[in-house]
Design a protein around this ligand. Structure first.
Ligand SMILES: Nc1ncnc2c1ncn2[C@@H]1O[C@H](COP(=O)(O)OP(=O)(O)OP(=O)(O)O)[C@@H](O)[C@H]1O
Length: 217
C-alpha cells in the first residue's frame, strides 16, 4: 500500500529522515519520534502535500495525490472555534463534499448517497447520540470520534492519524485506538498512526517506526 525508497526529507540543510519502508494493505503502523523529528511531515508526504527531497514514494502503486479519496486523514488536533455553527454531522459531511483537510478543493459537488454515508460512519464510531451537537460543545473524546468519522467518510483504504490520542484520558485513548483498529480489521484499511502515547496502541500495532532513528548522520 505504501512504498518509500531512499526517501529523504530535508528542510534546507537539515535532513529530518531517510526511509526505506513498505507498508502492506491492512497493516497497522505506529509512528513515534521526538517533537520535530518529522512525523507530521511524513504524513504530508503520503498525502501529496510535501515533496520528498530525493527518493520515491508511492501510495497504492502511484505517487500520492492531494485530495485522493482512498486516503483518510485525521490531522493533528486544533481547538474548535467557539460558537462554530458546525455540528458533528456537518464535519463528517465535509469529509465527503470536498473541504477535506481544511483546504477548499475543486470538487465541492455533493455526491449522491452522501447523507446515508454520513449516517453510516457516525454509527460506526458510536457518534449518533451527539451528531447534532455543535462541535464546540463536544467533549474531547467525542470530538476525536467525530474527526475519525470524517476521515472515514470516503471509505478510504489508507487511514493516516496524526496524534489522535492527544489530550484524551486513558479510557478515551483506548476507545479511539480501538475504533481505528476495528476499521482496519473489518475493512482491511491500512493505518499509519502517529502518537506519543504508545501504551494504548502497542497491543494493536504490527510495527513501530521511530522516525527519530531514521535520520541521516
Ligand atoms: N515547510 C517547512 N519549512 C521548514 N521547516 C519545516 C517546514 N515544515 C516543518 N518544518 C520543520 O520540520 C520539523 C519537523 O516537523 P514535523 O511537524 O514533521 O515534526 P513532528 O515530528 O510531527 O513534531 P511534533 O511531535 O512536535 O508534532 C520541525 O522542526 C519543523 O519546524
Amino acid at each position: 500500500m505504501i512504498s518509500l525508497r531512499d526517501a529523504v526529507l530535508s528542510y534546507g540543510d537539515r535532513t529530518l529522515w531517510r526511509l526505506d519502508l513498505d507498508v502492506e494493505a491492512g497493516e497497522f503502523l505506529v509512528v513515534v519520534g521526538s517533537n520535530g523529528s518529522g512525523k507530521t511531515s511524513l504524513l504530508k508526504v503520503l498525502l501529496g502535500l510535501r515533496r520528498l527531497s530525493s527518493g520515491t514514494v508511492t501510495v497504492n502503486g502511484r505517487p500520492p495525490r492531494r485530495g485522493s479519496d482512498i486516503v483518510g486523514y485525521v490531522p493533528q488536533h486544533r481547538a474548535v472555534v467557539p460558537h462554530t455553527p458546525l455540528r458533528a454531522r456537518d464535519l463528517v459531511r465535509l469529509g465527503i463534499d470536498g473541504h477535506r483537510w481544511g483546504l477548499p478543493l475543486p470538487r465541492s459537488r455533493p455526491r449522491s448517497g452522501a447523507r446515508h454515508r454520513v449516517e453510516a460512519v457516525l454509527r460506526d464510531v458510536g457518534a449518533e447520540t451527539f451528531a447534532d451537537v455543535p462541535l464546540d460543545l463536544l467533549s474531547g473524546g467525542e470530538l476525536q470520534r467525530v474527526r475519525v468519522a470524517q476521515a472515514l467518510a470516503t471509505d478510504p483504504r489508507l487511514l493516516l492519524c496524526d496524534e489522535p490520542l492527544l489530550s484524551l484520558d486513558a479510557e478515551h485513548q483506548r476507545i479511539v485506538a480501538e475504533l481505528v483498529d476495528r476499521r482496519r480489521r473489518e475493512h482491511g484499511t491500512t493505518v499509519v498512526f502517529v502518537t506519543h502515547e504508545l501504551d494504548p496502541v502497542l497491543p494493536l500495532a504490527d510495527r513501530v517506526l521511530d522516525v527519530g532513528a531514521a535520520v541521516v548522520s
